[in-house]
Design a protein around this ligand. Structure first.
Ligand code: TXA
Ligand code: MG
Length: 352
């Protein structure tokens, strides 16, 4: 399949009516369009069309037990496709965080194809704030099912080059809207039960959610490796994910021990490092040392993480050692993705 690549400036979507109409026609016709959102790029198809959903799973090489998020461009659409059982929680979330980088899971209405929800009776819905995503959904006139636009198992795409790497010739169109501003996928919150439950951390942080909802339970899969056979509420959380080809080892221990260990590792040509800007005072920078940004700049860590993980794949290395950032605010999302990338292998250098 020939993939058309179309550039749209997110600051001037009104100048791209014909491009957006062409993209919308593809969606309505059952085809696939990759598009930018504020979190990561999505791989979109009509969420009301079972065949389009099947095409999405195929293009990504995604297991069909991992459901898709339906993207909408109006708050009223949450109610159109889902039963709102916990009205108080929904209203609090929608008045504070929607549109934005948050996905809400509720009971689905029966006309939503079970292919989209991978057989679950719930549906994940998100209203992105990104101008291109909104314009595309509005022009299509249907909800757009969109997982992240990467090959299953690879880091999510935060730049159009990542999408092209993974999906060129597998989708009808890729919209280039520049770099994603958040860099990690949306927060997922499940509100079908009594107490809201955080299934995946993102830019709408646990602290922000607790500020408006009171109690929020953190699903075990956010911080811990599940044991064999254990099923997380968000099926996608069980897969080894975001993984570069070389194994990733996270270092956590006394500051001195971590820095000493990284300094030794930096000399090994077969090892790469993911560290903070400040570490470069002690560690000689080379082409295998990449930084997440300043230690305290958690938002920058989120923006850079997936691009850096993809950069490691272009190096001829056997191992990647990484710092573990602090896990407050959006740091929880960064740490969650890093833990998944390293299969939860966290090592104290003093115990090696
Ligand atoms: O930021 C994002 O959410 C991006 C952009 C494109 O919007 N999308 C994204 O989709 O990250 P995806 O498919 O890569 O991740 C969706 C996650 C998966 O872990 C999936 O298992 C979970 O959401 N999910 C979807 N529907 C669900 C449901 N009904 N119940 C529980 N988890 C669900
Ligand atoms: Mg994904």
């Amino acid at each position: 399949m020939k993939t058309e690549i179309v550039k749209i400036d997110p600051a001037h979507v009104e100048d791209y009516k014909s491009e957006l109409e062409r993209a919308a026609e593809i969606i309505r016709g059952g085809g696939l369009v990759a598009f930018p959102t504020e979190t990561v790029y999505g791989l979109g198809g009509n969420a009301l069309d079972k065949t389009a959903a099947e095409k999405i799973y195929r293009a990504k090489g995604r297991p069909s037990d991992n459901p898709l998020i339906a993207h909408v461009a109006r708050v009223e659409d949450f109610e159109k496709y889902c039963e709102i059982e916990n009205r108080e929680a929904f209203d609090a979330i929608s008045s504070h965080f929607i549109p934005g980088p948050i996905t809400v899971i509720q009971k689905k209405k029966s006309f939503i194809p079970t292919t989209v929800t991978a057989g679950l009776d719930t549906l994940a819905v998100r209203f992105p704030v990104h101008t291109v995503a909104r314009a595309l959904i509005e022009a299509s006139g249907v909800p757009i099912a969109a997982p992240s636009a990467n090959t299953s198992g690879r880091p999510s795409p935060t730049r159009v080059e990542h999408v092209i790497e993974d999906l060129d010739s597998k989708v009808d169109m890729i919209i280039d809207g520049g770099e994603c501003s958040v860099g990690v996928e949306s927060t997922i919150i499940h509100i079908a039960g009594k107490c809201p439950r955080l299934l995946r951390p993102g830019a709408v942080t646990l602290e922000m959610l607790r500020g408006v909802l009171g109690e929020v339970v953190v699903d075990k899969a956010v911080t811990e490796k599940l044991s064999q056979g254990e099923v997380p509420l968000a099926p996608g959380m069980k897969y080894r994910h975001y993984a570069p080809t070389a194994p990733v080892i996270a270092l956590k221990g006394s500051e001195r021990a971590v820095v000493d260990y990284m300094r030794a590792v930096a000399a090994d040509e077969k090892c790469a490092l993911l560290l903070f800007d400040e570490d470069l005072e002690f560690i000689q920078k080379n082409e295998r040392t990449l930084t997440l940004g300043k230690r305290e700049d958690r938002e920058e860590h989120a923006r850079r993480l997936f691009d850096l993980l993809r950069t490691f794949d272009k190096m001829n290395i056997d191992k990647i050692y990484t710092r573990v950032p602090d896990d407050d605010d959006i740091g929880l999302a960064v740490v969650n993705r890093l833990l998944k990338a390293c299969g939860y292998t966290v090592v104290d250098p003093e115990k090696i």
